[in-house]
Design a protein around this ligand. Structure first.
Ligand code: MTE
Length: 319
């Protein structure tokens, strides 16, 4: 694959690329960052690569429009540092998340659409051509990763179901099954996990319905079998393990907004100028290098999305 010399707005300095010595020494780095438990709990590769009825779909064709001249977060690090509250409120949920049963997995797509569909994930994933995109992922907690996601554009699905003009938002919902996800017994959270986008956001080129990562079907802790990646928004918008997609007139209230609306808003666009009420969003820690780098407006994807928010108060971009 040719190396991309063009430096798009979202490209990060080459000096941030991880030298091989750092890769080799990643356990030490993890420990140094105070997350020794993550390295202690590293999953064997066979758990991540377990046999899957969609394995033949990977690696998916790279889409060279979405590349980064920055090193990718090594799979072992990403796969052992996750937010998936259905399996615990800490980062080392990878083993717990293996309880997630991803078959059968029915997905219901409906609401204000001309062509609703309810189908098995294995059928849905073969309806649209899969592609691989390298995306940045910026958590509201001020850390970031760089991930090779595979999937298909949300836009393709929206077009397929033909939303009615009354539909203004897309609402996404995760499964609800406390027996399979012990974290859902935690009554402090209003399960199931819900998130939403406006129709215009959903029709943007960037949101990806992710079905794979690192050239294979999605590992359970990443939100198998299908999750969202919305790279210009804080990570909590990228809902995992989606069961239901509804086209609605009312703005959906996400799980985090329901709990703490002053801290986690609907828009949640990455904005270094609008601090979280309890910490600055000006910088972020690159998870696999430990480096602190400036955070970019819209996580560097302004070219693709800034027009969606013209005329809005910059503070609203966050909220
Ligand atoms: N989706 C569900 N269902 N449950 C969750 O707890 N956490 C969110 C988001 N999607 C979450 C979720 C948050 S806060 C982030 S930062 C990302 O998933 C984390 O994705 P990752 O574990 O792949 O990095």
């Amino acid at each position: 694959m040719p190396f991309i010399h063009r430096r798009p707005a979202w490209a990060i300095d080459e000096k941030l690329a991880t030298p091989e010595a750092v890769f080799l020494n990643r356990r030490t780095i993890l420990a140094g960052m105070g997350i020794a438990a993550a390295s202690a709990g590293l999953l064997p590769r066979k758990v991540l690569a377990e046999s899957d009825p969609t394995a033949d779909l990977y690696p998916a064709k790279p889409n060279d429009a979405y590349r980064l001249d920055r090193s990718l977060t090594p799979e072992e690090i990403n796969a052992n540092y996750n937010n998936f509250y259905e399996y615990g409120t800490y980062k080392e949920i990878a083993q717990e998340a293996q309880q997630l049963k991803t078959r059968p997995w029915q997905i219901e797509i409906g609401g204000m659409v001309a062509k609703p569909m309810t189908l098995e994930f294995d059928e849905l994933v073969r309806k649209f051509p899969l592609e691989t995109r390298l995306y940045r992922h910026r958590c509201v907690e001020a850390w970031s990763m760089t991930i090779p996601w595979s999937g298909f554009p949300l836009k393709s699905l929206v077009e397929a179901v033909e939303p009615q003009s009354s539909a203004k938002f897309v609402r996404f919902e995760t499964f609800l099954d406390p027996d399979m996800a012990p974290g859902q017994n935690n009554f402090l959270y209003p399960w199931p996990y819900v998130e939403g986008l406006t129709i215009a956001e959903a029709m943007n080129e960037l949101p990806l319905l992710v079905t794979g990562a690192y050239d294979k079907p999605l590992a359970k802790q990443f939100g198998a079998p299908i999750r969202l990646a919305v790279p210009w928004k804080y990570g909590f918008k990228s809902i995992k393990s989606i069961r239901k997609i509804s086209f609605v007139a009312e703005r959906p209230v996400g799980l985090w907004e329901a709990i703490q609306p002053s801290e986690y808003g609907f828009w949640a666009n990455v904005n270094p100028q609008v601090p979280h009420p309890r910490w600055s969003q000006a910088q972020e820690r690159v998870l696999h290098t430990g480096e602190i780098v400036p955070t970019l407006l819209f996580n560097g994807y302004g070219e693709q999305v800034a027009h969606l928010y013209k005329g809005m108060d910059p503070a609203t971009l966050y909220m």
